[in-house]
Design a protein around this ligand. Sequence first.
Ligand SMILES: Nc1ncnc2c1ncn2[C@@H]1O[C@H](COP(=O)(O)OP(=O)(O)OP(=O)(O)O)[C@@H](O)[C@H]1O
Length: 468
Amino acid sequence: MNSAEDLQQLASESLLAHYAEYCEGAVIVDAEARIVWMNERYPERLGIAVPEQVVGQEIEKIIPNSLMRQVVETGRPIMLDIMEFGDAAFVVTRLPLHDKAGKVVGAVGFMLYDDTRHVLSLMSRYQRLRSDLAEAKKKLAEARKTKYTFASFVGAGAACSAVKQAARRAARTTAAVLILGETGTGKELLAQAIHAASARIDAPFVAVNIAAVPETLLEAEFFGVAPGAYTGAERGGRDGKFKLADGGTLFLDEIGDMSPALQAKLLRTLQEGEFEPVGSNRLTTVDVRVIAATSRNLEKMVADGQFRADLYYRLNVITLRTPPLRERLEDFALLADYLVDSICRNQGMPPRGISAGAINRLCQHDWPGNVRELANVLERALLMSDSDTLEADDLDAVMPATPVDSPKVVSLRPVGMAEAVAQAEREAIRQALQSARGNKAEAARQLGISRAALYEKMAALGVDAQLA
Ligand SMILES: Nc1ncnc2c1ncn2[C@@H]1O[C@H](COP(=O)(O)OP(=O)(O)OP(=O)(O)O)[C@@H](O)[C@H]1O
């Protein structure tokens, strides 16, 4: 029996002979890329009339598009290439030849097939698929990148600063985070900012809005589907959000809307770090950081038996509360400026501003939809008005009316002295205007200030004579 070395020796010796016999063409060049040998069929294939004359010639003189010189110069092989010669195209492989010391002393080239039609269509399909895949991957990676950072969470007041500081601390850990807050208070924004500030920034951020996915589809959405579990489009299986978020962050929005059955499965996944895709009995392991959010009173839901206590504690390692707008009146100016700016940019409008009076008007309004609703009002006002600066009147035209019998909003946080004074002044002016039936000279007299001072105050405080 031959030893391994014998076989190896045999293989290298017979390789050239086999290739020369079966290939349409084979050529060897020296270190200067001069032809030293060519098999018999090659000249015929290339349409060269006098085969003997090729030896000693520079390769490019015989085959103008040859890359054999590149191979001897770089010492790197070109394993699969298409070489054109006249009207024909050939599939070629080029390998460097080394001496015992490893120096490149020449190269050998093989022309593997003479008919490249099949290979060409295969190659172009392959190239197309490759570029489609690269494009799809790029888009997916873009979509999974977070848009927001802590800088996007606008607000400098005490409530806002406290939540941002706590969120920054959370970003340094991998602990589960529960974000509680009314709708539109920036819960998802904060979750993205935590991901972007964490060590997982280069991994995906994947969000699932539990309330938006039908109950029957949620399990597959979370855990994926094993190949063959379904027929039709999903026959090949599909990754779930847990798998897609592997190494990154999974944001579970509206966690309070999850069914008890899925709560149990989620708890198991969080505890074990593994799950079974739908239709599979094989466990998949993942490393996912979970950030959950809800606008519902989860503590009460636990007390009422609507939400599993063990899952609640698992999710609620770090709690963050995003304050509603009515508790952060001090942030209105900053927030309104920021929103006006970004709306103008997104809408392709020239930059516009917002007056102090308009900001005061915003402070007086109840905002059940919080920042999302505020952004909507500002966007509509900007689209409806032509002025460079939004005024209180521009807002009144688009602001939803607060229902007369809506409960009076009670500020849970003490307002600053300046805001308290502004509120009192606003109220006094309104009452004076009402009792003077809109006559400003009379209202100014009642208030004991000049007419000019009344106009100034009304503008600064955003009091509109029509509505007062
Ligand atoms: N502090 C903030 N600074 C700037 N923009 C904000 C802020 N808070 C919220 N927004 C903006 O308001 C909109 C709603 O925010 P987001 O979706 O994060 O709120 P949410 O609390 O998750 O809402 P929901 O509970 O309805 O899902 C987004 O466009 C977001 O950019």
